[in-house]
Design a protein around this ligand. Structure first.
Ligand code: 6R9
Length: 664
């Protein structure tokens, strides 16, 4: 079986329905559709009262809030603004003196398979010591700290320690380049960088500190005073005296107690950079109160968390999923969670299934791209098939990051979930902070390929270009009509872009998600049809086409012009396809291959390996209108290998299409 584009489209006629298994529904926190509908009705009847109730129930406040929602400066909405709390205290301290204190917080499995466990008590002490170390380095409330760390307990500790002292963290995924790290340091004005000497992935030792050195080398990051280095491996890395210190050095003598700093609910907990439709990534700014409420609430609602669950979200802390469902949500909810350092294919592609068996995971949350690649691997080698592992501990599965095609859904359901586990297909974004459209596993009948219905209180809708509602069955623009607690607060340093990107004037003040969607005629279920802007989704990672184009044309000795589009891919969902015009003319044969490789390596260096185009095609020119606009629609068709049926009469240079239709 394969996830062909036609399979993705076949969801249009999807009519399989999977109601929640009776046993699951009976025990669930939200049990049955009437319970879901009752919550929706409560939110509708008293929107602010609903969120106020939940914020009081789910979070510990140092100072209670008196106002729930402040819309006076819309779209810069404020939630619980005069309340004060600390995120780390809500994830750790709150469990002390309860049965959770000595419960395992994190089961860490290293790349080489070594397993370490820490209890909530131990985690609190580690976070407190690290928070003290940060303070000793002069980090203060409101300072920005850049975290460039491997998937380790220390990565989570670093985030929690920042939160504890009110410093705003900005985590950068360990696959990003020196240039990307540098841009983020500069934009955020980070005073400290927390990194590791190396990261271990798939049996390989990959440098992190050396990349930070590169990012700082040019002297363009004057804000950075200190680099703190976690020695993940025994291999030495260069250390700059005065600037660089090891974890061991800064932790020495630090006490295991550190009073959490109460911050206002709107205090920025973190900035996380994500791709948009221009060349420059956006620093998505999240709050403390509203964000944390969501992290905790969705652990209960979407994952139906119970005290004895073993939760495993496979996302890296460098992405929003790793923020909300590794670093904050599971801890706020007092869950035992698995944190995995490595990759799904090492030492073999059965690693995920073997780990579920080893740790008796009950909730497993991953991305469709991982599922699709593991389907391929299992078909090629029965030894890594999930059927070979004992997955009986699982009770719930989740999917995130991109649309899951029904064939992959069915395989996940059958071979991983043993046909007994509901699958929550959770739609959300860096900007939404947590799930917004998702099934509730004890209530919502599932339809493969559909993220089903909005969470209670989420006013998701499909509208036309003027913000008018569109009937079920017709595709349109996905919006959320009312503000909600965990929404993006701002784009760091760029409020004008925030307004323009997410609250365009013509959309009646609605939040614009950037995705297209359609609701089914029978159940009004949402199905996400993909981005409507110039953002690609490659293996569940967001990549801006403009970002890649800027990187390509930055190779000024070689590249005259470049246009990047996505095309459907069996495994990665979308693949990056670049059309390039060279200054020296169109290369062919071996020269084309060699230059394509050079450009791919260049993009990896400029942005990171995840941005490498899968295919590069060279032309004498790009298809343009007479006014000089690149016709991306035609490029998308060419990348897919489709015959051009569109009207090309407005093209300046129709002959170019034939040249670009062949792979080099
Ligand atoms: C959480 C996360 C957000 C974009 C989003 C959409 C796509 C995420 C999805 C989904 C269909 C789902 N997306 N979940 N599409 N079904 N269940 O992935 O955040 O990296 O910001 O990406 O991912 O296109 O707009 P982020």
């Amino acid at each position: 079986m394969s996830a062909s584009p036609s399979a993705i489209e076949s969801v249009l006629v999807e009519n399989r329905v999977f109601p929640p298994p009776a046993e699951f529904a009976q025990a669930a926190r939200i049990s049955g559709m009437p319970a879901y509908q009752a919550l929706c009705a409560e939110a509708e009847a008293d929107y602010e009262g609903f969120w106020a109730r939940l914020a009081r129930e789910h979070l510990d406040w140092n100072k209670p809030f008196s106002q729930t929602l402040d819309s006076s400066n819309a779209p810069f909405f404020q939630w619980f603004a005069d309340g004060e709390l600390n995120a780390s205290a809500n994830c750790l301290d709150r469990h002390m003196g309860t049965p959770v204190e000595h419960k395992t917080a994190i089961i860490f499995e290293a790349d080489d398979g070594a397993v370490t466990r820490v209890s909530y008590r131990e985690l609190l002490e580690r976070v407190a010591r690290f928070a003290n170390a940060l303070k000793a380095q002069g980090v203060q409330k409101g300072d920005r700290v850049l975290i460039y760390m491997p998937m380790t307990i220390e990565g989570v500790v670093a985030m929690q320690a920042c939160a504890r002292i009110g410093a705003t963290h900005s985590v950068v995924f360990g696959g990003f380049s020196a240039k990307a790290v540098q841009e983020r340091i500069i934009d955020a004005g980070a005073v400290v960088v927390i990194t590791a000497n190396y990261q271990l992935r798939g049996g390989k030792e990959l440098p992190l500190k050396a990349i930070v050195d590169d990012a700082l080398a040019s002297g363009e990051c004057p804000s950075v005073r200190q680099v703190l280095v976690y020695e993940r491996t025994a291999t030495a890395c260069a250390m700059q005296p005065g600037r660089d210190k090891t974890f061991a050095e800064v932790l020495a003598g630090q006490p295991a107690e550190c009073a959490p700093v109460a911050v206002g609910a709107e205090h920025p907990l973190f900035i996380l950079y994500t791709s948009g439709s221009t060349g420059k990534p956006k620093g998505v700014q999240h709050s403390t109160g509203g964000y944390l409420l969501w992290a905790k609430l969705t652990m209960d609602w979407t994952f139906d968390l119970r005290p004895d669950d073993v939760f495993w979200c496979t996302a890296d802390i460098g992405w929003i999923t790793g923020h909300t469902y590794v670093a904050y949500g599971p801890l706020a909810a007092g869950a035992t969670q698995v944190v995995f350092e490595g990759v799904p294919t090492f030492p073999n592609a059965g690693r995920f299934w073997q780990m579920i068996e080893r740790h008796r995971c009950s909730i497993f949350y991953t991305a469709p791209t991982a599922i699709r690649s593991l389907i391929k691997a299992a078909e090629a080698d029965p030894a890594v098939h999930p059927d070979r592992s004992d997955l009986s501990s699982l009770r719930l599965l989740g999917s995130v990051g991109e649309p899951i095609n029904p064939e992959a859904w069915m395989w996940y359901h059958r071979h991983v979930g043993g046909e007994r586990c509901p699958i929550v297909d959770t739609f959300w974004q860096t900007e939404t902070g947590g799930h917004v459209i998702t099934p509730l596993p004890g209530a919502t009948p599932l339809v493969p390929g559909s993220c089903t219905l909005p969470l209670p209180g989420i006013t998701a809708a499909i509208v036309d270009e003027l913000g008018n509602d569109i009937a079920d069955g017709t595709g349109g623009i996905l919006v959320i009509k009312r503000p909600w607690p965990s929404m993006i607060r701002n784009i760091w340093n760029d409020p004008a872009r925030f307004k323009k990107s997410y609250f365009p004037e013509e959309l009646k003040g609605y939040y614009l998600a950037g995705d297209g969607a359609v609701r089914s005629s029978d159940r009004s279920y949402f199905r996400i049809t993909g981005r409507i802007d110039d953002v690609l989704n490659v293996s569940g990672h967001r990549m801006g086409t403009m970002e890649i184009e800027s990187a390509l044309v930055a190779k000024t000795d070689l590249v005259a012009e470049a246009a990047v589009v996505g095309r459907p891919d069996d495994v990665t969902g979308e693949a990056i396809c670049a059309f390039v015009v060279l200054k020296r003319g169109r290369p062919t044969g071996d020269e084309a291959k060699q230059i394509a490789k050079e450009l791919r390596d260049w993009v990896a260096k400029e942005i990171g390996p995840i941005a490498k185009p899968k295919e590069i095609r060279f032309g004498d020119n790009l298809p343009k209108t007479r006014s000089g606009k690149i016709m991306r629609r035609l490029l998308r068709a060419l990348a897919k290998g489709e015959a051009i049926t569109q009207d090309t009469s407005t093209l300046e240079n129709p002959a170019i299409l034939e040249q670009l239709s062949e792979a080099n």
